[in-house]
Write a protein that binds this ligand. Structure first.
Ligand SMILES: Cc1cc2nc3c(=O)[nH]c(=O)nc-3n(C[C@H](O)[C@H](O)[C@H](O)COP(=O)(O)O)c2cc1C
Length: 277
């Protein structure tokens, strides 16, 4: 029998090749499944870092604060709430740890279609419920971070806008995903450019969202100056996209109703501290 065995024969070659393929596919599939929780954890950590950076609680490239506190510790200062974008009311039946507004925007029953006049951020659809991140200090509202997104030149930019407790002054901004060209629209990641946002006012006196990205600044004494941010040089289309997406998400179809309600509630809480929240 042993003499009949030909290790270089067709059958043997096939058995070895199939065996190797099987082992490799098990290793690849096993790694993909096994690493999934780690990937999810990294994605979640990245999301938290971006929110903290927008709020100015974590340096641009830092993973710990100056006082040595880590991301989880810092993020625990936020209260995460789900909000109906139509009414501005909290949706406490939504599990904020699992809810994904961007996924919801793709589902017909969890989002609404935006008409051409409405869709200034080129989203197509907008989720009915989104998430907000609130930080209070000594009982008073200190920061509110909202997720923002919209089309630039090459694709959708995804980021966070942080407002101070007055719900009008920008505390910071950051985009964690975009397709803009490095050196042109990609300068949205430039730390100096992002720093230029802080102190800018989002709303005019009558509550209209009014961020303008400009090539030439208005005189500092003019009312327009408070709403201006430097446009990105050589990237007019990205700049226009960012202007549109910020004005969309702070407007009536975005977090406008929520921010108005929160402003009213904060004012009420200052008059009567026991009525807070
Ligand atoms: C390869 C290439 C990449 C570009 N990337 C961007 C970009 O990311 N964002 C942008 O607004 N414009 C980009 N542009 C430039 C636009 O086509 C357009 O010229 C520019 O927005 C005009 O801006 P300006 O008026 O500030 O010069 C790119 C152009 C080329 C050729």
């Amino acid at each position: 029998m042993a003499e009949d065995f030909n290790k270089d024969g067709m059958a043997n070659t096939l058995i070895v090749a199939i065996g190797i393929c099987l082992v490799c596919s098990i290793v690849v599939a096993g790694s993909a499944v096994g690493l999934r929780p780690l990937q999810m954890a990294n994605k979640e950590l990245d999301r938290k870092q971006n929110i903290l950076r927008a709020a100015g609680m974590l340096g641009a490239d830092a993973t710990v604060a100056e006082d040595g506190r880590g991301v989880e510790d810092l993020f625990a200062e936020f209260e995460v709430r789900a909000v109906s974008l139509d009414t501005g009311v909290y949706m406490d039946d939504v599990d904020t740890a699992l809810y994904d507004p961007i996924k919801a925007a793709k589902q017909d029953d969890a989002s609404r279609e935006l008409g051409p006049q409405e869709d200034r951020a080129t989203l197509g659809r907008r989720e009915n419920v989104s998430l907000v991140y609130l930080r209070r200090r000594d009982g008073a509202l200190d920061k509110v971070v909202i997720p923002v997104r919209g089309y630039g030149l090459w694709g959708t930019l995804f980021g966070y806008l942080a407002l101070e407790g007055d719900l009008n002054t920008v505390a910071g901004i950051g985009f964690y995903e975009h397709k803009e060209t490095p050196g042109l629209g990609g300068e949205v990641d430039n730390t100096g450019w992002k720093a230029g946002w802080s102190g800018t006012r989002v709303f005019t006196a009558d509550g209209t969202p009014s961020i303008n990205l400009v090539k030439t600044r208005s005189p500092e004494t003019s009312s327009a100056a408070a709403h201006e941010v430097d446009a990105l040089s050589g990237a007019t289309l990205t700049s226009r996209g960012i202007e549109n997406l910020i004005n969309f998400w702070t407007g009536e179809l975005g977090f406008g109703p929520y921010l108005q309600r929160l402003k009213f509630e904060s004012a009420q809480a200052q008059i009567n501290p026991r009525r807070e929240r």
